[in-house]
Structures are given as structure tokens and as C-alpha cells.
Design a protein around this ligand. Structure first.
Ligand code: IPE
Ligand code: MG
Length: 229
């Protein structure tokens, strides 16, 4: 969800105004994804690298996310959405926020609608290193390590591989997002800044995705025409 700062700068507002304006986009996209029958939606809210931002901005984000989570918890639950948080290991995450995350996870844990994963204090490389540590601790021999057994040590191993990554604001980078899970993801880079992103933009991304040929390194049957008469 990129472009909050630029959205604010375009309006001669402080960066924090852009973050505040992002709330509407977040709720709109969650609703649109659920209505479209998407089973798994992940939102990259805060990266392990975002701690490098000025502390006033970091503090603002922590308070904002806390307010948004508390405010929308009843709606998320009513919609049958299962919520969980990927990351949240840094002691700098305020205890009250971590508690709200845990409360929402518990509240919605039995829901069977869409799974909403909020990546917060997330880093793809850190997840891979943690998985390696966990694997070694389990005492497995080197030769027994497979892609499947490795992936089982990642956080939320039930998460399917990512099909589509949408990065708003026109930036074209991975920025350490779910590195393992995006191996065969399709990517779209809409130019819209995140605070302006709404359901129609999201649905447009889904249409783009539907038009992609996903070959996973192979060939599609109709392209394998060598032996056609
Ligand atoms: C994304 O918007 C929000 C977070 C990373 C929390 P940015 O804050 O990165 O906005 P730009 O990139 O400065 O426009
Ligand atoms: Mg940015």
C-alpha cells in the first residue's frame, strides 16, 4: 500500500495526513476482495525497514493502526473475515497494539470467510531466516530438507502461494514482501496512490490478472503445437 506520503505532498499536507487518508482505501479494498470471493487477502502495512522513518511518523502509524483495528473489528467479524498479523515481533511494537492484534485474531479466529493477513513489522528475509532456525532446531538432517518441509516452518504455513501482488503508486519493487510466497506471483503496478485506491481499481487489477498466462515455467497446452499437423 504505497503512496501515502506523495498523496499528502501533492496537497501540501504532512505525510501523516496521507496515512490517515489510507483508512478508506483499506476498508474499501477489504470489502471489494470479500465481495469478489477472494479467499486470501494480505495487506503490507509496515515493514521491518519502516522503523527507519522519523519516530514521529512511526508513532503516528502505530496509533493510527491501533485506532483502525479497534474501530473496524466489529465489521470485520460481522463479515466473517478471519484476521491475523504477520510480523509483530519487534519489541518496539507498542504492547497495547500487539494486544489489539491478538484480540482481533482471537475474535475472528473461527471465521471461515476470507483470511485477511496484515503484514506488520514484516520482512520476507527475516521470515526465511527464522524458518531456517526453526528447521535446524527441529533436528532435521540437511538431506531431508525439501521446499515443502522448509515452507512448513514459515509463519502461517497454511497461506497459499501468492497469486497476485498489487503495488500502488507506480513503484516497481518487492520491498522484502513475503519473498518465499511470491515466487510465482503475478505483479501489477497501478499508478494510483494508495489513499485514492478504491474497489474499481482493485477489480481492474483482478481483470489484468485474469488475462495473464500463468505457465509456472512450463508451456500451456495450446502453445505446445510442435506436433500439430
Ligand atoms: C505507504 O506510503 C505507507 C507505509 C509504508 C506505512 P508511503 O509512506 O511509503 O508513501 P510514499 O512512498 O512516501 O509516497
Ligand atoms: Mg513508499
Amino acid at each position: 500500500m504505497d503512496g501515502n506520503g506523495r498523496w499528502a505532498a501533492q496537497r501540501s499536507l504532512p505525510r501523516t495526513s496521507g496515512h490517515r487518508a489510507a483508512e478508506t482505501a483499506v476498508i474499501d479494498v477489504i470489502e471489494a476482495a470479500r465481495a469478489a470471493g477472494i479467499g486470501w487477502l494480505s495487506l503490507y502495512a509496515f515493514s521491518t525497514e519502516n522503523w527507519r522513518r522519523p519516530s514521529a511518523e512511526v508513532d503516528f502509524l502505530m496509533q493510527l493502526v491501533r485506532r483502525v483495528v479497534r474501530k473496524h473489528a466489529p465489521l470485520l467479524h460481522a463479515r466473517g473475515i478471519r484476521c491475523r498479523f504477520l510480523g509483530v515481533t519487534d519489541p518496539r511494537v507498542p504492547a497495547a497494539l500487539a494486544r489489539d492484534f491478538a484480540d482481533l485474531t482471537t475474535l475472528t479466529g473461527d471465521n471461515r470467510g476470507m483470511t485477511l493477513t496484515v503484514a506488520f513489522d514484516h520482512g520476507g528475509r527475516r521470515d526465511i531466516v527464522e524458518a531456517a532456525r526453526s528447521l535446524i532446531r527441529s533436528g532435521v538432517t540437511a538431506d531431508a530438507v525439501t521446499e515443502e518441509s522448509f515452507a512448513a516452518h514459515l509463519p502461517f504455513p497454511d497461506t497459499p502461494d501468492v497469486d497476485l501482488v498489487i503495488r500502488t503508486s507506480g513503484e516497481q519493487r518487492i520491498s522484502n514482501f513475503m519473498l518465499w510466497q511470491v515466487a510465482y506471483a503475478e505483479w501489477v503496478f497501478p499508478p494510483v496512490l494508495w489513499p485514492d485506491f478504491r474497489a474499481p481499481h482493485f477489480l481492474e487489477c483482478l481483470r489484468t490478472f485474469q488475462q495473464r498466462d500463468r505457465r509456472f515455467g512450463g508451456v500451456l497446452p495450446h502453445q505446445n503445437g510442435e506436433h500439430r499437423p
